[in-house]
Design a protein around this ligand. Structure first.
Ligand SMILES: [Zn+2]
Length: 505
């Protein structure tokens, strides 16, 4: 009994101390909530949340309902949590006709287009045996046919993109295209030997998806795809042996176009200061991922747990904390749709903002915040060419020092970094229009854009800490006497080398 009594007393004292008005609203960001939201959003039932599909809609409805339960108010169109926008999709039509050496090739099976262009080609074939002789081949008005020989694979850098998922075939094709462009071929045809079946299968799997564009003005006027030089892959075994010297390529390439809805989810927690509440701290994530795709080890659902269910559920947790203890400025939460299609949701939002862009004090965007070394994190837009608001960066660094104490890695902010990471998430759309913007991330890993990006691989403690860092930064912005200033000299240009390619590739 005495022992029990002492224990009771101790518990009482602890409870008194933590209840004595010292509660940090950031403590409402709980690992258990993040975990349960993460496993739902990145679970197989959400089917990878692909932008412009019903799966993205399902996930978006779920997020909106969770935002409502968190106490956030709708701030989308017509009193809803949603801002719908149209995506345009183009692809080479399966009814396109390609004949090589008199042999009709089946679209998608024997021949796969690399680019979405309209084309009518009837041209003699010119063969090239290796890429290093290409500049000496006369090919103006002819169809260049070249057999694919993979270049030696570059050694992957630690922590960078998974070399297995990059398509060496397509990279090689781009190299050929750049080399021969001045020689004006009528078409480029790569013969793909059957030993590269895996590369072939991945490319064939991608073909029906086509390419996506954003109709930013929302006029829904279908644009006509451009005529261009078709680039085609042909399966070697689909040909009956070597091509004759006088072989021709005859190709009529048509395109299909479609329109699909995608959606931003927009919610708000009003600020408590009567004046400052008309300014906003924008917490930003994207809810979409890659959907159901090419299977790896029998798993075809690309769940995108780190990318970007982590930040999507972080915003819900931040929402609960902000609702419990509102800051002076209002907090705006946007889950952007179709980020994986090319930052579509954020590009749409800056053209169709629901609050004046000048009233957004800062954008705190997160993308992939739950992997890699537990004590290291990255803040992009923090140094050099990508930093559009030194004051905002200082607030984020101070919040980290006070609350989360990560070691900050800013090396990926280097404009010559080969991944160009700064250019690959939604803060970019806001930085381009002069809104202070930073990017919280824990960077790449080998499961990036593979079916292995699953919730059980997320470091939940780290996710919780990253969420608290975003929240603490937002809290500082919300309560600051003045909103962070934009660097007037900020100018965003992605570094390109002498060949016009991005630096460091
Ligand atoms: Zn992402």
């Amino acid at each position: 009994m005495p022992f029990f009594r002492r224990a009771l007393t101790l518990i009482f004292v602890v409870a008194t101390v933590s209840g004595a008005g010292a509660e940090d609203p950031g403590d409402r960001i709980r690992q258990a909530d993040l975990k349960s939201d993460l496993f739902t959003l990145a679970g197989d039932a959400m089917r990878g949340r692909e932008g412009g599909t019903l799966d993205e809609m399902t996930a978006s409805m779920w997020i909106a309902e969770r935002a409502r339960q968190a106490g956030l108010k709708p701030a989308g169109d017509n009193g809803t949590y949603f801002q719908f926008f149209p995506l345009e999709r183009y692809r080479v039509s399966a009814s396109s006709v390609v004949k090589l050496g008199g042999r009709a090739l089946r679209m998608g099976r024997d021949v796969i287009p690399d680019n979405t262009v309209l084309a009518d080609v009837d041209a003699p074939v010119v063969m090239a045996s290796a890429t290093d002789t290409l500049t000496s081949v006369a090919m103006t008005g002819k169809a260049l046919v070249i057999r694919y020989v993979p270049p030696p694979a570059p050694a992957p850098l630690p922590g960078q993109s998974n070399p297995n998922q990059a398509s060496g075939l397509r990279t090689w094709m781009r190299g050929v295209q750049r080399t021969v462009a001045p020689q004006n071929p009528a078409a480029i045809v790569a013969i793909v030997p059957d030993e590269f079946k895996d590369q072939w299968d991945r490319t064939a799997y991608t073909f029906p998806r086509g390419t996506y564009a954003l109709d930013t003005d929302g006029t829904a006027e279908p644009r006509v795809p451009m005529r261009g030089v078709p680039m085609l892959y042909v399966r070697e075994s689909a040909l009956s042996g070597a091509l004759a010297a006088d072989a021709h390529l005859a190709a009529s390439i048509f395109t299909d176009s479609f329109q699909y809805p995608s959606v931003n989810i927009i919610a708000i927690a009003p600020g408590r200061d009567p004046k400052l509440k008309s300014e906003y701290v924008l917490y930003s994530a994207h809810q979409d991922h890659d959907g159901v795709r090419y299977p790896v080890n029998g798993d075809d659902i690309w769940n995108g747990a780190d990318d970007n269910a982590t930040t999507a559920v972080a915003l819900l947790a931040i929402g609960r904390a902000v609702v419990a203890a509102p800051g002076k400025r209002s907090s705006l939460f946007i889950w952007h749709g179709s980020e994986e299609r090319g930052l579509m949701g954020s590009r749409w939002y800056v053209k169709h903002p629901t609050v004046p862009l000048t009233s957004i004090a800062a954008v705190l965007n997160g993308d992939m915040i739950g992997r890699n070394d537990p004590n290291t994190a990255a803040l992009l837009g923090a140094v050099g060419a990508h930093r559009n608001s030194p004051e905002l960066v200082d607030m984020a660094l101070a919040a980290n020092k006070a609350v989360t104490k990560f070691t900050i890695d800013s090396s990926w902010d280097d404009p010559a970094h080969r991944e160009g990471w700064y250019y690959r998430s939604d803060h970019l759309s806001y930085a381009r229009v002069g809104v202070p913007a930073i990017f919280f991330t824990t960077l790449l890993h080998p499961d990036y854009h593979t079916p292995n990006d699953n919730p059980d691989r997320i470091d939940l403690a780290k996710l919780t800490r990253m969420t608290r860092w975003m929240y603490a930064t937002g809290r500082a912005v919300s309560d600051a006497p003045k909103k962070p200033a934009v660097d007037p000299n900020f100018k965003l240009e992605r570094c390109r080398d002498s060949t016009g390619d991005y630096c460091g590739k």
